[in-house]
Design a protein around this ligand. Structure first.
Ligand code: FMN
Length: 179
């Protein structure tokens, strides 16, 4: 079957969404991202591809900093809300969806209280590639909960395995096979 190029990203599913977040003063925004990568160890760089019209992206550029957070499947409700609420319409999108946060250790970025891992970045560079902007962050701090030592302990961390938006977030789970 021929796959339309506008659908080919679905071939990469399931993917674990991260929360990309930024703040300028009291204005806080966040969005889900699946187009991300660990780019370089030295210097430590990560990259995210963003729709340039996303409010969160604009706030990342303005703040010249952003955080990336790993959230457990137990917070799927809040994660789904992040995809529904518009950052441009609220003062603090994280609080609006029930995710408390504090300021980062190294840079002025939101750190979600319930995140299992957080990467704090300063903006290294950005460039347009097609209709998305490649946002490159220099990692200023990176830390995780006890669910992570050298690798994730999946008895403590249940990842969200995103399989697409069909009137809401859909996820993959082996136990639901054959339902
Ligand atoms: C699971 C999931 C993953 C997403 N991944 C990306 C992504 O990698 N890059 C992107 O630009 N948008 C992505 N989106 C879309 C943004 O999250 C969406 O445009 C968001 O509502 C922008 O919100 P804002 O305008 O409040 O910042 C994703 C959406 C979902 C539901």
């Amino acid at each position: 079957m021929k796959v339309q190029t506008s659908r080919l990203h679905r071939l990469f599913y399931p993917q674990v969404p991260l929360v990309l977040a930024a703040q300028v003063g009291k204005r806080v925004s966040a969005m889900l991202v699946v187009s991300y990568a660990a780019v370089s160890d030295s210097p430590p760089l990560v990259a995210v591809f963003c729709i340039p019209k996303a409010f969160t992206y604009l706030l990342c550029v303005k703040a010249r900093a952003f955080s990336l957070s790993v959230i457990d499947a137990r917070r799927l409700g809040a994660i789904e809300e992040l995809a529904r609420v518009r950052g441009s319409e609220v003062q603090d999108k994280l609080l609006r969806v029930g995710l408390k946060h504090k300021l980062g250790r190294s840079v002025a970025v939101p750190v979600i209280a319930e995140s299992l891992a957080t990467i704090e970045c300063s903006l290294h560079s950005r460039r347009m590639l097609g209709d998305h902007s490649l946002l490159v962050g220099e990692v200023e701090s990176c830390y995780a909960s006890r669910s992570f030592r050298e690798f994730w302990d999946f008895t403590k961390y249940t990842p969200i395995l995103y399989t697409g938006w069909r009137d809401g977030i859909t996820t993959y789970s082996r136990s639901s096979e054959g339902d």
